[in-house]
Design a protein around this ligand. Structure first.
Ligand code: 4NP
Length: 157
């Protein structure tokens, strides 16, 4: 990568999956010693200004990642030039992202799990209506992806 990597993780509400992805990426970047920009947002405006779901905060905290200071925001057109990479949690997110992509977009947009060998094309399930254990499943997915991203950046790709 020639530009400093700037990574944006996108889900629907920006309170469950993408804050966990942001927390996992912050942890992976710290452990790998990467100087990168990391943020998350939602395609919907339902939870703008709100902290992450308490189950996401608790799950990240148990892994050593504090995401309690994050606040929900909605994806905007400027994100497509501010960030080098935009990662969608599921296929509907991907469609919603593509729907607002401006003509001058430079960001590479992809499904997050495409970066994990053997998980290409997989969606990260929305844990919002499920039990606490589903947030652990979400963490396992976003942590695998964050480690793969960190490895790829470290390797210069
Ligand atoms: P997220 O989960 O997209 O992973 O943040 C959701 C959170 C809230 C809603 C939907 C999904 N909602 O409909 O309010």
């Amino acid at each position: 990568m020639t530009d400093k990597p700037a990574l944006l993780f996108v889900c629907l509400g920006n309170i469950c999956r993408s804050p966990l992805a942001e927390g996992a990426m912050r942890k992976a970047a710290a452990e790998t010693g990467l100087d990168i920009e990391i943020d998350s947002c939602g395609t919907a405006a339902y939870h703008v200004g709100e902290p992450p779901d308490p189950r996401s905060v608790a799950t990240a905290a148990a892994k050593g990642s504090d995401i309690s200071d994050l606040r929900g925001r909605q994806l905007i057109k400027a994100d497509f030039t501010r960030f080098t990479h935009i990662f969608a949690m599921d296929h509907q997110n991907l469609r919603n992202i593509e729907a607002v992509r401006p003509a001058d977009a430079t960001a590479h947009v992809s499904l997050l799990m495409d970066i994990v060998e053997g998980r290409e094309g997989a969606a990260i399930a929305d844990p919002y209506y499920d039990g606490e254990e589903h947030f652990e499943f979400t963490w396992q997915d976003v942590w695998a992806a964050a480690q793969a991203i960190a490895t790829q950046i470290k390797a210069g790709g």
